[in-house]
Design a protein around this ligand. Structure first.
Ligand code: B3K
Ligand code: ZN
Length: 885
């Protein structure tokens, strides 16, 4: 049976009885056996009188305990499974604990572990207790001094948080460095790195004129690919100063890249550690999306310096306090770097594909959860992305200035403290003279709210009335929901596509052509005056709230918005909605693929107006090519899956494939012409306009690849062979990976990049996502590829997670073989790395809407996982939730 702990509840929060003031750490580093001495000065905090001193610790080998300099005998303390407890007392106490660790054997990649020849730590959320006994909770803030001792030959670089204070050599070939971090911090922000690494340097002058030394550490061979990250860091530092007046506070800022890391990166104070995937980028090995992701993640971690580090979380339930804020800022930053509108569409698309699915499934939870068993399972789309949307709504309600005022009030008030989501919302509300009590429900209620809107035009009264009903479906443990405070940004378009001046019936003058209406009641009625003709409502502009909008529009109205609205989100959404309806209609009509795979459709042809609209995007109609590329994309499988009550995934993917083929046939000449037109032969630069053109060009290529004709085949092969950059090369190869004529190129790519793990991951993913019938067999073979390792999160992500999440046609094979494969991999990975296995186990979350035969298969698979011996607490929680009634 699996091991699963008792739930931790938000309402059980109590301030710490003992807090730490200073921590002196000494690490005698050795990959096989590291000796850690932690001398902590503790002070009796909340409550009166004596209280036991409880220090968290997990899987530690304890060498000794001293209290105020005196060694304790084993009878003088208690070791429970997860803590070291000293008898009740009061006042101050200095506890020195010596523990022994085996970094090389630590495959969970939390606590102190090895990545290649580098030793490093990952402490968030509860890794510090795997290093030493300590009050490992975010509301205990202490000043850290850290001395690292290690063999100088193997570990010439020794890093920790803060500023380097002192260093020296020992006679036995070891050396040492002492780091002092002047800013009190919670233990989850502690970090160390020791290794043989090269570095790239830069500087940043803050607006108050201080010079900050910037440094990126990575393996020597990777350094030429780290310049983009350094540049992104500079840009992020300048942006946070300019937008929010937030300035960096130490003399040095260090980024380190490692190959084995459970997530993207970690914001340890002054010493951010990155998964190499988010630190390295050059044109030859990284795509435009990779370049953009590096920028976003570098900025995200930097933004945590204020929201997360200077102001931290009171408890882990408040995780979105820092994550939502950091995501919100990284999204805005990324938008400002390229195109705010295009960035918005990309972010909304990701939110709706992933977070909406989470909200509709067994793991649904509020932005601020009420209980957890394994906090590491709560680094979710909801906490991050919906958390960001909640912050964005505050921005929408108060505008740029009001939001800035609110954010500044919050950081000023809570600097150096551990805060809560309420405190943030209150600070923003007070700074803007608004009571946000109702708004707080966004943090408390899970589920994706629905807005049902009807529009009525009264020609005689010249009014247009919008009736907006809000509701929210039940989610686990939350059957009923209260109405939310929702900003609905809207405009009205006249039949000619012009925006109408907006005046509510009880107002005397119009207030412009766009406005934010605040919904607070279950039903809100908005009547606009001076509307001579039936207008086309442009609602939820900029995706002003994370809701599902249901607004009946005709095909003509949708196409008008897609062509003429000035809001990029609404333009995209209008076409997207058109596609969604078309695909769902085809699915419901029972369209199945033809056995011979021919593309002449048995169902009614594509609406001509849609074809025209798409054709328009392929010509120079003034649309930003980056936006055109997004608008031309069909909704993904997950989006459609989330809109159906019962799904046969194989048939749904067939409907998608057929529709793609039809579009390719119908628009062949225009795709070809557009692809040709955008080929300007200029050398690669990662710049917004160039990346946008490449995106559109490669969208065309992707459609064309559905066709079997020789012209297309040679186009694909030519682009693959001639591309001077990874974006174009990979786009061609992605298309080829689905085709029978792609074999040679695929093999060439695998061979060419066999010593470059990050690029080889792209190759693994191409196999994992391939629509070819032999994809399952290939994926099973690749598990044994010499470059594959189930101990490395990136490899597992590229192959197994990509297969189970992004290849529905094969994963959901009717014989259950995909499910069996997933279960086997979950168990194998779980034995090494529970966090990665738990992520993988989420592949079954949508099972309740599958057709009955598949439901039965998944149920059996999940049942057998639940009964599996020794499954980790992390994975067990995901499996149990999936099975919960
Ligand atoms: N705060 C870290 C995430 C830590 C996750 C631990 N399982 C990275 C980030 O969101 O910036
Ligand atoms: Zn973060």
């Amino acid at each position: 049976m699996s091991q699963i702990g008792a739930p931790v509840r938000r309402l059980d929060y109590r301030p710490p009885e003992w807090t730490a003031e200073t921590v002196e750490l000494t690490f005698e580093l050795d990959p096989d056996r590291t000796r850690t001495t932690a001398r902590t000065l503790l002070r009796r905090a909340a409550g009166d009188g004596p209280a036991p001193v409880r220090l968290d610790g997990r899987d530690l080998e304890l060498e000794s305990v001293r209290v105020d300099g005196r060694a304790l005998g084993p009878e003088e303390y208690e070791l429970t499974g997860d803590a070291l407890v000293l008898p009740p007392r009061t006042g101050r106490i200095e506890v020195e604990v010596v523990t022994l660790l085996e970094p090389k054997a630590n495959t969970a990649l939390t606590g102190l572990y090895a990545s290649g020849g580098t030793l490093l730590t990952q402490c968030e959320p509860e890794g510090f207790r795997r290093i030493t006994y300590y009050p490992d909770r975010p509301d205990v803030l202490a000043s850290y001094t850290c001395t690292l001792v290690a063999d100088e030959e193997a570990f010439p670089v020794l890093l920790s948080n803060g500023d380097r204070r002192d260093a020296g050599r020992l006679p036995d070939g070891r050396h040492w460095v002492t780091w002092v971090d002047p800013h009190p911090k919670p233990s989850y922000l502690f970090a160390l790195v020791a290794g043989r690494l090269g570095h790239l340097d830069g500087t940043f002058r803050t607006r108050s004129g201080r010079d900050v030394a910037l440094r990126v550490y990575a393996e020597e061979s990777a350094l030429p690919r780290c310049g983009h990250a350094l540049e992104a860091l500079r840009a992020a530092m300048a942006w946070d100063e300019e937008r929010f007046g937030l300035e960096y506070d130490l003399d040095t800022y260090t980024l380190v890249g490692v190959d084995d890391f459970n997530m993207g990166a970690m914001e340890n104070k002054g010493l951010n550690i990155f998964n190499s995937l988010y630190l390295q980028a050059d044109p030859e090995t990284a795509t435009d999306d990779d370049f953009a992701a590096v920028e976003t993640v570098v900025a995200h971690e930097y933004f945590h310096n204020w929201t997360g580090n200077r102001v931290t979380c009171r408890d882990m339930f408040q995780l979105s306090l820092k994550e939502g804020l950091a995501v919100y800022r990284d999204e805005r930053f990324s938008g400002d770097r390229r195109s705010p509108g295009v960035q918005r569409v990309r972010d909304v698309r990701a939110l709706r594909e992933r977070q909406f699915a989470e909200d509709a499934g067994p793991q649904a939870h509020p932005v601020r959860p009420d209980e957890y068993r394994e906090i590491s399972n709560f680094y979710t789309w909801t906490v991050y992305k919906k958390g960001s949307e909640v912050i964005r709504m505050l921005h929408t309600l108060f505008g740029e200035e009001g939001f800035r005022r609110g954010l500044r009030a919050y950081v000023t008030r809570y600097d150096g403290q551990a805060a809560t989501c309420e405190q943030f919302v209150e600070a923003v509300g007070e700074a803007n003279g608004t009571d946000l009590t109702q708004f707080m429900r966004w943090y408390e209620q899970a589920g994706t709210p629905v807005l049902d809107v009807t529009a009525h035009h009264d020609a005689e009264a010249r009014t247009c009335t919008l009736t907006v009903r809000q509701s929210c479906p039940p989610t686990p443990r939350q059957p009923y929901k209260q109405p939310l405070h929702i900003p609905l940004t809207l405009a009205l378009l006249g039949p000619d596509g012009r925006h109408l001046p907006l005046r509510l019936a009880d107002e005397t003058a119009p207030t412009g052509t766009e406005r934010v209406c605040e919904l607070r009641e279950p039903v809100t009625t908005l009547t606009f005056a001076d509307v001579p003709e039936r207008p086309v409502p442009s609602l939820l502009r900029g995706f002003s709230a994370p809701v599902r909008l249901r607004l009946p529009l005709t095909a003509e109205e949708r196409l008008l918005l897609a062509a003429r609205d000035d809001d990029p989100f609404v333009r995209w959404e209008s076409l997207h909605g058109f596609f969604v309806d078309l695909l769902l209609e085809r699915y419901r009509a029972g369209d199945a693929p033809r056995a011979d795979g021919a593309a002449d459709a048995p169902h009614p042809p594509l609406p001509q107006a849609l074809v025209e609209a798409l054709g328009g995007l392929l010509t120079e109609d003034g649309t930003d090519p980056a936006l055109a590329a997004l608008m031309l994309e069909l909704p993904c499988f997950g989006t459609l899956f989330g809109l159906l009550d019962e799904v046969d995934p194989v048939r749904l993917t067939a409907v998608l494939d057929r529709t793609r083929q039809e579009l390719a046939h119908t628009l062949r000449e225009r795709f070809l012409a557009c692809h040709r037109r955008l080929d300007d032969g200029r050398p690669y630069v990662f710049a917004a306009a160039d990346a946008g053109r490449r995106a559109l060009r490669n969208t065309c290529l992707g459609y064309l690849a559905e066709l079997e004709d020789p012209e297309v085949a040679s186009l694909l092969h030519r682009q693959y062979a001639m591309a001077d950059n990874m974006t174009d090369r990979l786009a061609a190869l992605t298309a080829l990976a689905d085709r029978t004529d792609g074999e040679e190129a695929l093999a060439e790519f695998g061979e060419r990049w066999r010593d470059h793990p990050l690029v080889l991951d792209k190759w693994f993913s191409l196999h994992a996502r391939s629509r070819r019938p032999d994809a399952p067999a290939r994926v099973r073979r690749l598990i044994h590829h010499p470059a594959y390792s189930e101990a490395n999160p990136n490899r597992v992500g590229a192959l197994v997670i990509a297969y189970c999440f992004d290849n529905p046609a094969h994963f959901h094979a009717a014989d259950g073989s995909g499910y069996a494969f997933a279960a086997e991999q979950i168990r194998r990975v779980d034995a090494l790395n529970p966090q990665v296995a738990a992520r993988l186990a989420g592949c079954f979350d949508g099972w309740r809407v599958l057709d009955p035969a598949r439901r039965e298969l998944v149920l059996r698979t999940l049942g057998s996982l639940r009964e599996a011996q020794g499954l980790s607490a992390e994975t067990s929680e995901i499996v149990n939730n999936a099975l919960a009634p």
